[in-house]
Design a binder for this molecule. Structure first.
Ligand SMILES: [Zn+2]
Length: 279
C-alpha cells in the first residue's frame, strides 16, 4: 500500500518526483500534458531520462498519469472520436517514454447515442489502441459520478468495456471514492464496501483494480455530483476511509489523493489524515 497525491508538472515533468518526495509520498500522479488542451506535449529524451532518474533516486516504484479531460472516445461525432483516439495513443507513448506504470482514463460520455453504443465504441477503441501501440503501460478506466450521459458509473459498465477489449491484461480500473459515493456506492458501511469489492472481483477481478483515487465527497450519497473534499471533511468521512485503507483486499493498492488545495499545506494534511487511519 502506497499513498500519494496528484502533483504539478510546472517547470517540467522531471520536477514532479521531488515535489511528491517532499510531501512524503510513496507514489504520485501527474498530467503528462495540458489536461484541457489537444496539442499533446512532446517529451524530450533528456526530460524523460531525468524523470526516470528521479523516480529511482526517490524510490518511486509505481506512478500514475491522468489523461486529458477532453478525450471522449464514446462520442458519436467522428471528429471528436478521432481526436480522442489520437490523444490517447500519444498519451500511451508518453507514459511508456516516462516508464510510468498506469494511465488513468475517464471512459467518456455517449452524448445521446445511447449507453450500449458508447460502451461498444470505447471497448473496440481500446482493443485497437492496445494492438497498434502494444504499450507497456496499463490503462485504467476510472469510475465516474454518473452525471448526464457519462459512461462508467457502475462496475458493470466498466466490466463490459474490458470484456469488449478482449480482457487485455493491460486493462484495469481506478476506483474514485468520491465518484463512487456520488454514484451510490456507500463505503461508510463495511458490509457495503465488502459487496462493492466482491462485485469488482466477480465482474472485473480485484487484481485489475490497481489505483484508488481517495477523495472525500462534498455531495450526498447517490447525488451524481463530482465534488471532491478533504479526507474526513465530506460525507464519506473518516470511518469510510478507515474501512477502505484497512480492507485486507486493498493492502497492495496505490492510493492517490485528488483532494482540493484551498490553503497551503492541504496536501500534507490530507496525506497525514489518511495514513493515520491505517491500523
Ligand atoms: Zn479521480
Amino acid at each position: 500500500m502506497e499513498f500519494g497525491v496528484h502533483v504539478s508538472i510546472a517547470g517540467g515533468i522531471d520536477k514532479s518526483p521531488k515535489r511528491a518526495a517532499d510531501l512524503d509520498c510513496g507514489t504520485f500522479q501527474i498530467f503528462s500534458t495540458n489536461p484541457r488542451g489537444w496539442k499533446g506535449r512532446e517529451i524530450s529524451d533528456k526530460e524523460a531520462n531525468n524523470f526516470k532518474d528521479k523516480l529511482k533516486e526517490y524510490n518511486f516504484n509505481k506512478t500514475v498519469i491522468h489523461t486529458s479531460y477532453l478525450i471522449n472516445i464514446p462520442s458519436p461525432k467522428d471528429e471528436l472520436y478521432n481526436k480522442s483516439i489520437k490523444a490517447l495513443r500519444k498519451g500511451v507513448r508518453r507514459a511508456d517514454k516516462l516508464g510510468v506504470e498506469y494511465i488513468v482514463l475517464h471512459p467518456g460520455s455517449h452524448t445521446g447515442s445511447g449507453i450500449e453504443k458508447g460502451i461498444k465504441r470505447i471497448g473496440e477503441a481500446l482493443k485497437f489502441i492496445l494492438e497498434e501501440e502494444n504499450p507497456k503501460v496499463n490503462i485504467l478506466l476510472e469510475n465516474v459520478a454518473g452525471a448526464g450521459t457519462a459512461i462508467g458509473s457502475t462496475v458493470d459498465e466498466l466490466a463490459q468495456i474490458i470484456e469488449l477489449a478482449n480482457k487485455d491484461k493491460r486493462l484495469g480500473i481506478c476506483y474514485d471514492t468520491c465518484h463512487g459515493f456520488a454514484a451510490g456506492y456507500d463505503i461508510r458501511d463495511k458490509k457495503r464496501l465488502d459487496c462493492l469489492l466482491q462485485e469488482i472481483d466477480d465482474k472485473i477481478g480485484l487484481d485489475r483494480l490497481s489505483v484508488i483515487h481517495a477523495n472525500d465527497s462534498k455531495g450526498e450519497l447517490a447525488f451524481n455530483k463530482d465534488r471532491h473534499h478533504h479526507i474526513g471533511k465530506g460525507n464519506i468521512g473518516l470511518e469510510g476511509f478507515s474501512n477502505l485503507v484497512n480492507h485486507p483486499s486493498l493492502s497492495d493498492k496505490l492510493f492517490i489523493l485528488e483532494t482540493p488545495i484551498d490553503e497551503e499545506g492541504d496536501d500534507t494534511y490530507n496525506l497525514k489524515t489518511i495514513k493515520g487511519l491505517v491500523k
